[in-house]
Design a protein around this ligand. Structure first.
Ligand code: HEM
Length: 496
């Protein structure tokens, strides 16, 4: 858990000062010209630093909100390694018994910063692990799959889930226009409009890497992995009607519940496990391990327990510790590598890029983002370099005062040995029958009759709001490829 010194500005009982620390007697007063008359005063004075600084700082209080996942809440806690997985991964935080402080943030995706917690939306599920080898961020969702596997589609997809460029309204036609033209999304659409679309509390949901990563052991051997973070509280959901009602009555209910739970000492926890796959298994697997729209069946690739996450401390300042936290899938540690999943590869760029825009080039120096281990490199200067700027150490590779470099460990030798290329090609996936198998299994084997009925109602309520018959028919055809019952039941409900 981060030390309180890092996150608080000092003792509560302090004297009021200006921003340069000078004692000041009255926060409400402003200097003005005066001629001594009781009710008629002159204009205010430019020399009044206190008043001008107050207004100027207020004018600049807002920073850009996250372009997606803007509404969220979180807390601090700890990861404890409960099982030995040294045969799989040499990251130090996995040494059995070791404890790693962390910060977690839960979010909706499409809504703005003040939007309702109970919107039907996937949920972000992010963890910043402050390991002894630097920070490792898990930027996960509460679903094991995603709407797309072609990264260039992401901005288009997000635009359609947000607001119409003219009306600035959410728009059912835009929403379904995209999804019906990109049927690989249907697996995630089935989950979104199923019960997992509105979780009941932040701690009543699981988190998933979704992407395939690589774990490397001390011998340099690697395997593909998917990380699962399963709630020890179980899962629960709100119905569409409950979600809509609460969106009006208490749009911040999830953040409120998490805060109150932790204040009462009811600390939520999650069990972390991994699924693993060798390179040979991946070559023989029915689906591509780089296809973000597919899960790895648990029967073939069972969960292997790794550790436990517990949240046990509320932020003492929301902006400092939750709004400014910057998670990136590219913040990795030795023993963990990204796979070649094109969406993951694109995300490796996108998050640090948005952080430089949202928080500034020195975002890693902000206390909630700063690693607990010393940072030593040749990056210097830039806006808001606030941690001493690495002092007098040379800002170039020097022989006079050299940095120490870790010796080439087998981890580094193994990097990318599985990949060579000699040509450039363009990646754009094609939809085929296999894209409908896993959504079909959801419908046939996972949803019971009540869950099916809720799913049909949830989709009908939304799709029925689209004005274009063409879009409705196209989406019904997508559902028809999953199972004819789905399209016929929705069709009957919305009179399409
Ligand atoms: C937030 C981009 C796909 C999970 C964000 C942000 C950007 C972004 C720019 C805002 C980050 C910030 O301001 O700090 C993208 C792109 C994607 C993609 C370009 C695909 C090409 C995904 C996927 C997942 C995911 C597949 C989950 C598996 C999240 C989460 C957050 C987030 C959890 C919120 C992080 C937080 O709590 O601060 N994404 N995203 N994203 N994204 Fe993605």
């Amino acid at each position: 858990m981060p030390s309180s010194e890092v996150f608080t500005s000092g003792p509560e009982q302090v004297a009021y000062t200006t921003s340069n620390g000078a004692p000041y007697p009255e926060p409400y007063q402003a200097q003005r010209f005066s001629n001594g008359k009781k009710n008629i005063g002159g204009p205010l004075l430019l020399q009044d630093f206190h008043h001008i600084d107050l207004l100027a700082h207020f004018d600049r209080e807002r920073i850009p909100e996250r372009v997606v996942h803007a509404k969220g809440g979180g807390a601090h806690g700890v990861f404890e390694a409960t099982h030995d997985i040294s045969d799989l991964c040499c990251a130090e935080m996995f040494k059995k018994g070791s404890k790693t402080p962390l910060t977690m943030r839960f979010s909706t995706v499409g809504g703005e910063s003040g939007s309702a917690d109970t919107a039907r939306d996937p949920r972000g599920f992010s963890v910043k692990l402050r390991t002894s080898q630097g920070n490792w961020d898990w930027v996960f969702n509460n679903t094991p799959i995603f709407f797309l596997r072609d990264p260039a589609k992401f901005p288009h997809f997000i635009h359609t889930q947000k607001r119409d460029p003219q009306t600035h309204l959410k728009d059912a036609d835009m929403f379904w226009d995209y999804l019906s033209q990109n049927p690989e999304s249907v697996h995630q659409v089935m989950i979104l409009f199923g019960d997992r679309g509105i979780p009941k509390r932040h701690d009543l949901q699981h988190g998933y890497s979704g992407h395939t990563f690589k774990f490397i052991n001390a011998q340099g051997e690697w395997q593909y992995v998917q990380i699962h973070v399963r709630s020890d509280q179980g899962t629960d959901f709100y119905t569409q009607e409950e979600g809509v009602k609460l969106a009006g009555e208490n749009p911040d209910i999830h953040n409120q519940q998490l805060f109150e739970q932790i204040e009462k000492g009811q600390f939520p926890s999650w069990t972390v496990s991994v699924q693993t796959m060798t390179q040979k298994q991946a070559e023989e697997f029915r689906y591509s391990v780089f296809d973000l729209t597919k899960v790895w069946p648990h029967a073939e690739f069972p969960l292997r327990p790794v550790g436990k996450i517990t949240l046990n401390k509320n932020p003492s300042n929301y902006f400092a510790e939750i709004e400014q936290v910057a998670f990136a899938p590219s913040h990795l540690v030795p023993g963990v590598e990204p796979s070649a999943d094109p969406v993951l590869q694109s995300r490796l760029f996108s998050y640090p890029d948005t952080h430089r825009h949202r928080l500034g080039v020195n975002y890693q120096q902000i206390p909630v983002n700063a690693p607990l281990v010393p940072v030593a490199n040749f990056q210097r200067d830039g806006f808001m370099s606030v941690n001493g700027n690495q002092g007098s150490r040379p800002n170039y590779v020097s022989t006079i005062k050299p940095l120490q470099y870790p010796k080439q460990v087998s981890v580094q030798d193994a990097v990318h040995q599985d990949f060579t290329a000699s040509t450039i090609s363009y990646f754009l996936s094609q939809v085929d029958e296999k894209d409908f198998e896993q959504p079909r299994a959801l419908w046939e084997k996972v949803f019971d009759e009540q869950a099916k009925e809720r799913f049909i109602n949830n989709v009908s309520g939304h799709l029925g709001g689209a004005k274009s018959r063409e879009i409705i028919q196209r989406q019904l055809a997508v559902f028809g490829r999953v199972h004819p019952d789905i399209s016929s039941r929705i069709s009957a409900k919305i009179g399409a």
